[in-house]
Design a protein around this ligand. Structure first.
Ligand code: PLP
Length: 443
């Protein structure tokens, strides 16, 4: 029984949740510190998801709380439409130092979904101001997740996320890069499959480069089930985009801020896109804020070629909210002081510990793949006959009952713990999975 008295009649319509089932077995988290969550009945649960790829510096950081408090007392809010504030300019300048070289401009929003829609609009605007408004098609990828607003849903590659809502942009999809036949049990980036990028050249030839604004991909697809790019694949996407004058957008909402062992996957993989979306870990998820990092030529074109007046008719009331900026500044302080942006390096001590620990699960006959990069990983389970995709949700419930929060996606168990996690905590995750995986097939 939940301590929430009227959970059956609650007004709260929960997002991405089977609401009816949840009410039968609620999972309530009421406090959090470090890597640990406290449930309503005072159980400690290890957060192997960092929220949803969010809380990279761990929960309950005093420094961020203090910065937020101070900011509210100093300047709680002032709009950035036609006015500015010091902290907004200072934060943008500092953020830009973390981005790949040549991406020195930032457009703020509040969520990853808003960052994605903003990036798609910047791409359209960039062609529009050059008199190439017919370049408005997007290419994305199967199993891609780009948030839930209409732009993001239009480019989405996860069927359930768009099937009831329509495709409001012209979009085509490349295949995803999960290839268990060639790459199962890869450590780090899979060796085989850079050739999958050639499909992009085929789609560009099919539609015509003069109709395509941009390609949008997650460097590592998260919500689609932790799908890694084969070695050389992202480089090849970049080459094809450059060759055909098509922009490349990396949706780094989950891969940013140390998840891969660098500030951005773009830096980790040595591939510079034209636009990067970022959110979640940008403020350690304490206050919602998102950002689109824009390459210099795109920004300059949008400024120089726009007619007089407002150059880009876009923005959110809370774009560059001062309190979110303060939270973001404090998060950056922590990331820098504690070396968190590189702590997850796949070949570093923690990244390799995580990799070895996850791959120890390969001993279970039910496990058909283990994949990992930095501090993100997935264990793919042999689907139950006639019930594909049933194991992830079951694993989530059973792991929770044993004190670990994981993410279940299809038949994959996905993990992205806070970057402050230690070896004992990683062991706890893996021991819990060792116990629950065979039991998932019990009925
Ligand atoms: N893009 C990616 C790659 C994501 O993983 C997410 C969320 O998980 C989003 C966009 C949407 O972010 P938000 O839920 O903050 O709107």
């Amino acid at each position: 029984m939940s301590s929430i008295q009227n959970i059956q009649d609650t007004p709260f319509w929960m997002p991405f949740t089977p609401n009816r089932a949840f009410k039968q077995h609620p999972r309530i988290v009421n406090a959090a510190k470090g890597c640990w969550l406290t449930t309503e009945d005072d159980q400690q649960v290890l957060d192997a998801t960092a929220g949803l790829w969010c809380v990279n510096a761990g929960h309950g950081r005093q420094e961020i709380a203090d910065a937020v408090h101070q900011q509210i007392m100093n300047l709680d809010f002032s709009s950035t439409f036609n006015f500015g504030h010091d902290i907004g300019f200072a934060y943008a300048e500092r953020l830009a130092t973390f981005a790949p070289d040549g991406m020195d401009h930032i457009f703020f929003g509040n969520s990853g979904s808003e960052a994605v829609d903003t990036a798609l609009k910047i791409a359209m605007q960039y062609w529009q101001v050059q008199g190439k408004g017919e370049k408005k098609r997007f290419i994305s990828r199967q199993k891609g997740y780009h948030g839930v607003n209409f732009g993001g849903v239009s480019v989405a590659g996860i069927t359930n996320n768009f099937k009831n809502f329509g495709q409001w942009l012209m979009v085509d999809h490349m295949r995803h890069t999960l290839d268990l036949e060639r790459n199962s049990f890869s450590r780090g980036l899979p060796a085989e499959g850079a050739d999958m990028a050639e499909e992009l050249a085929e789609l560009i030839a099919f539609h015509g480069a003069d109709t395509i604004a941009a390609v949008i991909v997650e460097p590592i697809a998260g919500a689609g089930g932790v799908i890694l790019p084969p070695e050389g694949y992202l480089q090849r996407l970049r080459e094809i985009c450059t060759e055909h004058d098509v922009l490349l957008i990396f949706d780094e909402v989950i891969t940013g801020w140390g998840r891969t062992g660098s500030a951005f996957a773009a830096i980790e993989f040595g591939v510079t896109p034209d636009l990067i979306t970022s959110a979640k870990g940008i403020t350690n998820a304490t206050i919602p804020l998102s950002a689109v990092f824009v390459s210099n030529p795109i920004f300059e074109t949008c400024m120089e070629m726009a007619p007089d007046g407002v150059e880009f008719f876009h923005g959110y009331t809370y774009s560059c909210h001062p309190v979110a900026c303060a939270a973001g500044m404090a998060a950056l302080d922590i990331y820098e002081e504690e070396g968190l942006l590189t702590r997850a390096k796949t070949d570093g001590p923690l990244g390799s510990y995580f990799e070895n620990a996850l791959h120890s699960l390969a001993n279970l006959p039910q496990v058909i793949d283990v994949r990992n990069y930095g501090l993100v990983g997935a264990v793919e389970l042999k689907p139950v006959d006639g019930k594909p995709g049933s194991l992830g949700p079951k694993a989530l419930t059973q792991a929770w009952e044993k004190g670990v929060m994981i993410r279940g996606i299809g038949d994959a168990i996905c993990m992205s713990p806070p970057l402050i996690i230690n070896e004992q905590e990683i062991d706890k995750i893996v021991q819990t999975l060792q116990e629950i995986i065979p039991a998932l097939y019990a009925d």
